[in-house]
Design a protein around this ligand. Structure first.
Ligand SMILES: Cc1cc2nc3c(=O)[nH]c(=O)nc-3n(C[C@H](O)[C@H](O)[C@H](O)COP(=O)(O)OP(=O)(O)OC[C@H]3O[C@@H](n4cnc5c(N)ncnc54)[C@H](O)[C@@H]3O)c2cc1C
Length: 287
């Protein structure tokens, strides 16, 4: 299908993009990698009259470190994160999650900012971003504000972004050296999207017990969530098989699971439990 007619602008600076979005608001859409927006436009699920292509703004794609924080520009592609040697060292969950997204073409064009702003319930990034307690830096004519990952995802395809706001940067506190991480997913065979995706970020204390556990789960519900029941069950445990299996049984506690042609709600809940167990086991194996 061909999208309805639209105008197209490609601002060279972020300031220009902010001005354009502010002027046109709901009639306009930002275009990042286009890998979610263009299919939505072809299906007429989105019909913006103006596309603001932020792909020409050079200083929106970067991976840097600053004062113990990892900073990732919103236009950084999945592939740039997947292939970043420093991230593999200091925060392997990010490249691991990036590598699990779609296929090579999708990872070469799709951006972390576009994925987070789109908030697809089956997207991979939200699980990792929640498990890492990331902060989203967003800009508008009113200036800059920071939104915690736990407040960012509001509902299916809905975030805390206002219509005149642009996601500029994702900030992650560098995990301590003793943190171990893992991302595991069941991929929808046709698209690669997560039927269930589980991101684990664990720290073991000097006493050998779990000091902290952050678990983000995507694909199961309308929006990705932190599996707080799993986290509290793991905390203080010895991270043995019994503790992991028992903690993972809380993966879908109080969750209204999605059902579709590929997986019923019960099957998704089951997969959430199984893959939470496997993702924790995989993280613990790195200790
Ligand atoms: C065949 C295929 C397979 C895929 N498989 C997977 C998969 O396995 N896992 C997965 O997670 N994803 C998958 N995707 C989605 C892919 O990761 C997309 O790239 C991503 O969801 C959107 O990123 P984008 O840069 O393409 O954003 P776009 O499509 O350009 O934009 C998406 C939305 O976000 C808004 N937006 C973009 N950037 C910003 C910003 N900086 N601030 C505010 N709003 C913004 C846009 O206006 C639009 O509404 C797949 C896509 C395709 C086509």
């Amino acid at each position: 299908m061909i999208p309805v007619q639209f105008d197209y602008v490609a601002p060279a600076t972020l300031a220009e993009a902010i001005g354009l979005l502010s002027e046109h608001q709901d009639e306009a859409k930002l275009l990042a990698g286009g890998h979610s927006l263009i299919p939505a436009m072809k299906l007429r699920l989105a019909q913006p009259s103006l596309l603001i292509d932020i792909g020409r703004i050079r200083d929106l794609a970067y991976i840097t470190e600053d004062g113990g924080q990892i900073r990732i520009g919103a236009m950084t592609t999945h592939y740039q994160i997947e292939s970043n040697a420093r991230l593999k060292e200091i925060c392997p969950l990010l490249p691991e999650c990036a590598a699990a997204i779609g296929d090579v073409q999708v990872r070469n064009k799709g951006t972390i900012g576009g994925s987070l702003a789109h908030a697809d319930p089956a997207a991979d990034w939200p699980a990792a971003i929640l498990a890492l307690d990331a902060e989203m830096v967003v800009v508008s004519p009113q200036g800059e504000r920071v939104i915690n990952a736990s407040d960012f995802f509001v509902d299916m395809l809905t975030t805390a972004l206002e219509p005149n706001e642009i996601l500029r940067e994702i900030r992650i506190t560098q995990p301590p050296g003793k943190a171990v991480q893992s991302y595991m997913k069941v991929a929808q065979p046709a698209s690669g999207f997560a039927v269930v995706g589980v991101a684990v970020n664990l720290i073991r204390g000097d006493d050998g017990r779990c000091q902290s556990a952050s678990i983000g789960i995507t694909g199961v519900a309308a929006k990705a969530y932190r599996a707080s029941g799993v986290e509290s069950s793991l905390k203080g445990s010895t991270l043995d098989e019994q503790a992991i299996t028992s903690a993972a049984s809380h993966a879908a506690d109080n969750v209204d699971a999605n059902a579709d042609i590929f997986a019923s709600a019960d099957y998704r809940r089951h997969l959430a439990e199984v893959y939470t167990r496997r993702a924790i086991q995989s993280a613990v194996a790195k200790l």
